[in-house]
Design a protein around this ligand. Sequence first.
Ligand code: NAP
Length: 381
Amino acid sequence: MRLQNITPSNTFSTSSVPSGNRAIVYNSNGDPARVLSAVSFPELSSPPPDTLNIRLLLAPINPADINVIEGIYPAKPHPDVSLSQSKDLLVFVGGNEGLGEVMEIGDGVAGLQKGDWVVLTKAQTGTWSSAKNVASSDVLKVPRQGLSEVQAATITVNPPTAYNMLHDFAQLAEGDWMIQNGANSAVGQAVIQIAAAKGYKTINFIRDREDVESLKSHLELLGATHVVTYDELFDKSFRAKVKTWTGGKDIRLGLNCVSGKTTTLMARLLGDSAHLVSYGAMSKEPLSLPTSLFIFKNLTCHGFWQTRWYSEKSLEERQELFDTLTALMRDGKLRDPGHEILTIGRMESDDSASERIRELVAQLGRGMYGKKVLLRIEETA
Ligand SMILES: NC(=O)c1ccc[n+]([C@@H]2O[C@H](COP(=O)([O-])OP(=O)(O)OC[C@H]3O[C@@H](n4cnc5c(N)ncnc54)[C@H](OP(=O)(O)O)[C@@H]3O)[C@@H](O)[C@H]2O)c1
């Protein structure tokens, strides 16, 4: 990927581009609060054969999207061909995940019609946009019935990650215990709900904050058995408290979203022959574990990456997981993550939209935002 070190304002005109659509883009890696820009672009032309024009209804801002823009994520984005001015001036639309509505269908596309909901199966195609032309082979139809827009827009990354980590490493049975940190993350919330639906008991760690009791109540409402702050992990009496909760039963699965010192302490709570699965490093600290856990407790550590799972599994397996998750959602067992929607309105200027998105990513970068943010980018007037 070749990126030129030029500022967005040199690249995109905010006045001379014909109106129609809008996207949040960047043309060089770096701090998203600096490199992101809103840019208007014309109506899409009719879709070529085997492609669709979709209107993007909602697209989340996930932590990995930020890392992709920073240039530190292993999965690389695909440049947007129509927005890139030349091969030396590549433009990337932010976002990996999102919900689209089919607007227009090219020749040769089967099984989809106008108005259908779809999600993208090809990673890193750029979803922070009002509309997009996509290959029909790169989308999966999502049932409209029983799913909210937010559930559908966030179905490809966090819920499958939660589901697979709960099932692929330790064979848990109803009544078994698991433990996780980053429990208020969107993944953590999905873990709590899927575990509760399976009858697994969960111990969930979160960072302390002013309104910690209301966050605890929210996670308990989702089905968390216990919610505790990391501070409690440092308390010597905490291990005994956990033993009382579990009745001495071994905790067989730990999920790590944050790494760092608190994960070392959390790992000490795991029982014999347990599995510790790392899927995030939100603290930006390394993970260090006592050797004794491997020798005397037969601990096994794993990493999990949903992108790898998708690349290794067949379409049928992907569809099966997708059907399982949509069924949980329709049954009310897997709810929206706590969220807010940032709407970039039809009448807003690109400058104002750029400013708002940069402010938002700066705020997200400071942490403790407390909600998943989704973008709704309207067509321009
Ligand atoms: N491996 C995979 O396949 C996969 C798939 C999905 C997600 N992920 C990763 O999982 C993590 C969570 O993703 P998400 O979409 O669920 O995130 P999210 O909803 O945006 O939540 C972010 C979480 O990170 C916590 N956090 C942020 N900074 C922290 C710090 N310095 N120390 C401790 N905790 C911190 C937040 O806690 P506060 O509320 O206290 O800030 C919150 O719980 C990310 O690292 C993401 O990249 C990995």
